[in-house]
Design a protein around this ligand. Structure first.
Ligand code: AMP
Ligand code: MG
Length: 289
């Protein structure tokens, strides 16, 4: 099964998709570019409002149809905007059908299981959109960079992850994976902002500085993720994320286009007879009540 991949001509944002098996060098991706928003920030914000309304309607149909499941995976360095995407892209979407699952340092119970155990529990049900704020990819990112398991163990995980995602899509889940790409200069500014604003201090972690120092190692680990786990059934998109408005525009567009391609159908409406019968019952209730 898997996603029918639209052509670039009709869907320019799909150029951010990583072709399966393609060699990836993140230096070739400019985190600051905004090439599909020639009208700049103001225009993009108009488009974003429209996309947001479309997403709201599509989500309602998805929920009503109760057939497809949608999984959005967000990965990126600290401050890359995972929380911002969740706040902005999903603004106004009915919280009943959207759920966020955040993956933090595993608990002792989680560590006693295989690394996909906690992840599978959080995958979407029919009619549901689930956003992964970090994901099973941490098990080949932070785990690799900090040698939390031996190389022989994490090296096998790319194939295991592809098989896991294949299972999910075979069973009716649509998967979209976004790598929010920022550069170290942008991260520095965002970290400084967190220090400057007292109300943002809580977002600053001393640990973030240690991860920042490992930037090169992380980019290498991300390149392997993009190369080995962008599949026809669960593609990765490298999202230029230095500009928050552009990041949101890219993700909103890809999400709306993907949901539109699902050709969601609402359940058949009632027949005239059924409606007449229900009306009759309601009016009887009036008379007897
Ligand atoms: P944050 O997303 O900033 O709240 O931080 C969550 C932290 O949990 C990050 O530093 C992640 O790298 C870490 N984390 C998530 N999953 C794992 C994992 N499987 N093993 C180790 N650390 C993880
Ligand atoms: Mg953090």
């Amino acid at each position: 099964m898997g996603l029918a991949l639209p052509t670039e001509r009709h869907y320019p944002m799909h150029t951010y998709r990583i072709d399966p098996g393609k060699k990836v060098n993140l230096d070739d991706f400019d985190p600051a570019e905004t090439r599909y928003a020639p009208g700049g920030k103001e225009n993009a914000e108009q488009s974003l409002l429209q996309l947001n309304r479309q997403l709201e309607a599509l989500q309602e149909s998805l929920y009503a149809e109760h057939k497809h499941r949608v999984l959005v995976v967000l990965q990126g360095m600290d401050t890359s905007g995972k929380d911002g995407v969740i706040r902005r892209v999903f603004e106004g979407v009915n919280p009943q059908g959207v759920r966020v699952a955040s993956f933090k340092v595993p608990t002792p119970v989680e560590l006693d299981h295989d690394y996909l155990w906690r992840v599978h529990q959080q995958t979407p049900a029919r009619g549901e959109i689930v956003i992964f704020n970090r994901s099973h990819y941490e098990d080949v990112l932070v785990v690799r960079v900090h040698s939390l398991v031996p190389e022989a163990v994490w090296k096998k995980r790319y194939e295991q992850i592809n098989a896991f995602e294949r299972l999910l899509t075979d069973e009716g889940t649509t998967i979209l994976k976004f790598f929010l790409h920022i550069d170290p200069q942008e991260q520095k500014e965002r970290l400084l902002e967190r220090l400057e604003k007292p109300e943002k201090n809580w977002k600053f972690n001393a640990g973030d500085l240690k991860e920042r120092a490992l930037w090169k190692e992380y980019m290498k680990a991300y390149e392997d993720v993009l190369e080995k786990t962008s599949t026809p059934w669960a593609p990765w998109y490298v999202v230029p994320a230095n500009k928050k408005w552009y990041r949101d525009l890219v993700i909103s567009t890809l999400l709306v286009e993907t949901l539109q391609n699902l050709e969601i159908r609402l359940p058949a409406p009632f027949s005239a007879q059924e409606i007449a019968e229900f009306r009759r019952q309601l009016s009887q209730e009036d008379r007897s009540g």
